[in-house]
Design a binder for this molecule. Sequence first.
Ligand code: FAD
Length: 517
Amino acid sequence: FLSLHHANTCSSINNSAPSSSSILPPSHILSSLQTLPLHGFLHHSIPPLASTDFGNIYHFPPLAILHPHSLSDISRVITHLFQISSASFKIAARGHAHSLQGQAQAHHGLVINMESLREAMRVVRIDDQQVAYVEVSGGELWINVLHETLKHGFAPKSWTDYLHLTVGGTLSNAGISGQAFRHGPQIDNVFHLQVVTGKGEVVACSKDQNADLFYGVLGGLGQFGIITKARISLEPAPKMVKWIRVLYSEFSVFARDQEYLISIENTFDYIEGFVIMNRSGILNSWRSSFNLKDPLQVQATQFESEGRTLYCLEMAKYFTPPHEIEAMNKSVEHLLSELSYIPSTIFLSEVSYVEFLDRVHASELKLRAKGLWDVPHPWLNLLVPRTKIHHFNQEVFGKILTDSNNGPILIYPVNQTRWNSKTCLVTPEEDVFYLVAFLSSAVGEGSLEHILNQNKRILDFCEEARLGVKQYLPHYNTQEEWQSHFGSRWEAFVQRKLAYDPLALLAPGHRIFQNAI
Ligand code: FAD
């Protein structure tokens, strides 16, 4: 096992085919891994945390954890497993393990703790100084990327709502938030990647170099390689954010306003929305995030929802004081005058850019203090075509769900015309579709079963009504279901697997490929 052929450069290297197809017992594989010279270290005693994730529903313990300190640690280990043809010994890159259904776990296999790979970040300006990128490790947290890039006056353009996730983790999915209607998801804002394939090869890729792997890895659910480095596109960063929420009681008016806002050029920088069902206390709870000195804000807290289903449109406008204040206020005033929300429901606040982007972390701290963060999270994320969203709303928010007490329900449209169709992300076939996210926490006896049952009813309805809905952060148990998820793109997906991970070593937690191709 010591005669390894490993890659440690940034260029594409052809590894030789596996030398043996015999099935080695896991204990032998483990012993052989121990003999590899590594900069980092390999752990055999597994802390329970290695077999858990944010979903807290699936728990598959691995046999070993690699804490890589260099690119060559990752390439050396994968090359080794490929060379000995250990198709049964799977490898999962683990980012911040904020997956929901065991996607970053490897049952009786190897987990690679990507956060150990952190390297110094590098912000590089191009041409006119307004174009820049940051080069980061795949195991870097987005919150760290934010702080580092701000030191240079820049920031990434597209975010997730929560920043304590790794770059490799969100780029394997998409990374969708309120900026995606304009900039596309995070996977559309990457210039270049360094990837270790399922053969242990280190490959540099971009839209012009090894493009098939580049687009395969972006949104590719970790199936074709491990992202060890990414160059992320940046824009000049604002200092402040005007943060606004308004309420609607009519879905059609709410959706019309949301779709209007994402269709115009001079609009908000961030547009999201959520559904509030049967929750009379929620408006008061917003007081903690919003500035009570504003007279409009006081008006809003006095609004009584009386148990109605309400739709909240959430918007943000970036600005840098003092010179942009006037223009920002004018623009916000104009945009709000075009909308038809319930006038007495406006919530306004001005917060720093960091406070705005890191807003979910504030909720995390509160939930942690109450012991409500590490509970099971049976989340369901759907992409619903624009023409079907009214039917979806009537059935799901009118019949299947009776309240939104289990957690936030996000709902907002995005422009697919601004998204790159070459990535591996699967989306509905319309130019505009909605992200609908049921972000449930299961607290109390029977809650998990109840929510899972509700999720199933929602999925069954979408299927029966043929809405053309796609799951985001998809979760399926069989290859047939995956095939149906990918539709006409399935063949290309299988071909990529064959090219980059033919033994199906990588990302077993998705249960797409159990065996070598
Ligand atoms: P992990 O859970 O560790 O890994 C996810 C998958 O990617 C696994 O298959 C893993 O093997 C693979 N992987 C991890 N690192 C790498 C790598 N370097 N190279 C290749 N594959 C890798 N998503 C959004 O789009 N928008 C949101 O607003 C959003 N908000 C969220 C808020 C919270 C509180 C949580 C828990 C999740 C949220 N997500 C959101 C989902 C999140 O983007 C995904 O769950 C993401 O995968 C989490 O990143 P992670 O670093 O924890 O990845």
